[in-house]
Every structure is written in structure tokens, then in C-alpha cells.
Design a protein around this ligand. Structure first.
Ligand SMILES: [Ca+2]
Length: 361
């Protein structure tokens, strides 16, 4: 009952809609009282915890001068008219210096290319400070990870974090993650900022400081589900996933990469388009209370009609990351989108990470 109430409260609060960077499909949930669901065979309910060791990311030695203590060494800076990129040794999160992207004029950027080696996933953490409080509606700041081939062509446009939020005077840590496809020679880290309206100039001294840039390359591919590793986000707000009271990104605890998602007495969700007619959902979980399973529900939609469900529960594993695999299920014919919803009770927080979707034929 408590679960149902929390679920309903979230629905009412509209918390399942992401703040920005909307998922591929809307997080439309089935009506609470589903009047005429087609007779879809009930899929088995249950979970198959299969503990396996978590792959450990390897630190990347490739990114140089991530703290900007050696001036601009390693970084390529570009600035449009009226903007200015420079190393500032009067403001720093650690050490003496940071990078200042002054974007009162046109766009400004700083980038660095790092050898990809055998990496299949890249994770970037960094700190930013933006004390001018001018960002709302007038300027933007973005962080992007690209993968490039040996000729320098972009083969993976990676993940971008886009920020038009209000200012903040203290350096804060954010992170982003991306796949690195086979054939990638280089991973590009790009920080950029500019005015929100093309050709316009921001008023005043709009600037964002960047410091403590750390790139981690992993030889293991990230999860196939969009931001299923929760590496993309700003602070505790994940990209693509429903966010609100009881749901927050946690970059102090992760199964893979740097971050996971913490759920407590709430539901989170994400939508995606089906790629085949059989689906298997797997994810890593941690935490919870013994008598309150985690509920994982995938709903298959044609427009706003629910065609069927795939449901599983996970027993609380406590302090050990545990892999939960839902029974494979058939994607009902005519499905246009799938909404994945994960619900945790209030008694103890759960962490989820590396949400993976595999498709059959
Ligand atoms: Ca993760």
C-alpha cells in the first residue's frame, strides 16, 4: 500500500518527467484503472540474482593538466568575439588555478583529445563554478564526450550535459559517461559555453570556471540502456530518468563507472523504443530492506494504450551489488514504446546501476 501511495504521489507530482533532455519517448504510465487491457499472457514474476564481480574502471593516464596548474598545456581553447578562455589562478577548486570560460560574447570552448587505447566506455568527472547567476535564460554551458576515429572523424557523439541553470558560487562536482565504440582512436573532452540566442551576447560578466577534470577509461562497455549507468547528469539530477523526491543520482556509490541512482520511497523511470520482439532487462541493485522488494515494471505501449507488462521483483541484497535479470518476455505486436519503471519502498534506500536491455529476434 505504501508503495502504491508513493507511486501515485509521484504520478500526481509529475515527478516522472525528466527536468530536461527528455527520454526518447514519454514516460506515460498506464491509467491507474486500466479498463480494457488486451489479453496478454501474464509474464512470469521473479528475479534471478546472479552475483558477479563488478568490473573496475582503470584510471586514464591520458588526460593532461586536468587541474590547469600547467596553464593551458594539453588543452585547445577557442573563443568567439567578445568571449575569452583562459587559465585563472585566482579561483580554483584544488591547487592554484582553474579554467575560466568567459562567455559574455559569442561561444567559447576548451577541448582535449586523449588516446582511447582499449577503452569501451569513458567516464568524466569535473568541477564547475558559475557565480555570476546569469545563466538562467541567457547563456548555456555544456560538457560532451566524443569518440573519434584515427582520421579524427566523430564516430560517437557521446553524451552531453547541457546546463542553463542558475549560478552557484562554490565549485561542485558533476560527471558524464559515454560508450567508446570499437575503432575509436581518441576520446575528446569538450567544455563549451555561449549565449542562449544565436548571435546574441550575454549581459555582464558571464563566465563558468572548470577544474579537476578527471577522465577514466574502462575496457568494459557501459550498459546498453540510455544512461543506464547514470553517468550523465548534473549533480544529483540524472539525464533521461524520472527525477524527484526520493530519487537522486549518487556519485559516491556505483557498480560501474562513477555514479548510480538512489531510490527511496519513490519510482523512477525512463522510456525507450523497442528494437525487436523479445526483450530482457537486467540491472544491478544494492540496499533495500528485507521485507520490501524492489519492483521493476516495463509497460508496452501503442500510443497511450498499454499492450502488456513485464514485471519482476528483486529481494534486497543489502550491501552487495547484485545483478537482477528479469525473465525474457515477448514484446507485444504493435508496441511503439516501452516505459521502464522501478519502484522502491520507503523503509531503506536502494541503489540501481548499469541498467541493460537485450533484444532477441
Ligand atoms: Ca554507474
Amino acid at each position: 500500500m505504501r508503495l502504491a501511495l508513493a507511486f501515485a504521489a509521484l504520478l500526481l507530482a509529475g515527478c516522472l518527467e525528466g527536468p530536461r533532455a527528455q527520454p526518447d519517448v514519454d514516460l506515460k504510465l498506464p491509467p491507474v484503472e486500466t479498463p480494457t487491457l488486451p489479453s496478454i499472457p501474464t509474464l512470469p514474476t521473479g528475479s534471478t540474482p546472479t552475483p558477479t564481480p563488478a568490473p573496475a574502471p582503470t584510471p586514464a593516464a591520458g588526460l593532461r593538466n586536468g587541474g590547469f596548474e600547467n596553464g593551458t598545456e594539453g588543452w585547445t581553447l577557442e573563443a568567439g568575439e567578445g568571449s575569452h578562455a583562459s587559465v585563472d589562478c585566482e579561483s580554483a577548486s584544488a591547487g592554484a588555478c582553474s579554467l575560466r570560460l568567459g562567455h559574455a560574447g559569442r561561444g567559447v570552448s576548451a577541448r582535449q583529445d586523449v588516446p582511447a587505447g582499449n577503452a569501451r566506455a569513458a567516464f568524466l568527472s569535473y568541477k564547475t563554478r558559475d557565480p555570476a547567476q546569469l545563466h538562467r535564460g541567457s547563456t548555456w554551458f555544456s560538457v560532451t564526450l566524443y569518440a573519434l576515429d584515427a582520421q579524427g572523424a566523430i564516430i560517437e557523439d557521446g553524451r552531453m550535459v547541457w546546463d542553463e541553470s542558475e549560478g552557484y558560487d562554490e565549485f561542485r562536482t558533476d560527471s558524464i559517461g559515454s560508450q567508446v565504440p570499437a575503432g575509436a582512436a581518441t576520446v575528446r573532452v569538450l567544455f563549451a559555453a555561449g549565449p542562449s540566442v544565436e548571435g546574441a551576447e550575454a549581459t555582464g560578466d558571464a563566465a563558468t570556471w572548470v577544474d579537476d577534470v578527471v577522465l577514466t577509461l574502462s575496457p568494459f562497455p557501459g550498459p546498453s540502456f540510455r544512461n543506464g549507468g547514470f553517468e550523465a547528469g548534473r549533480g544529483d539530477v540524472p539525464e533521461d530518468w524520472g527525477f524527484g523526491t526520493g530519487v537522486s543520482r549518487d556519485c559516491a556509490l556505483a557498480h560501474g563507472g562513477l555514479c548510480s541512482l538512489r531510490i527511496n520511497g519513490a519510482t523512477t523511470g525512463a522510456g525507450f523504443a523497442p528494437e525487436n520482439d523479445t526483450i530482457r532487462i537486467a540491472l544491478w541493485v544494492r540496499g533495500g530492506a528485507a521485507d520490501e522488494p524492489l519492483v521493476i515494471n516495463a509497460t508496452f505501449f501503442r500510443e497511450s494504450s498499454a499492450l502488456g507488462y513485464l514485471t519482476g521483483t528483486a529481494a534486497a541484497p543489502g550491501e552487495t551489488w547484485t545483478r537482477v535479470v528479469l525473465p525474457p518476455g515477448a514484446v507485444p505486436e504493435g508496441t511503439q514504446k516501452v516505459s521502464l519503471h522501478i519502484t522502491a519502498a520507503l523503509d531503506a534506500p536502494w541503489w540501481i546501476d548499469d541498467v541493460d536491455v537485450a533484444w532477441g529476434s
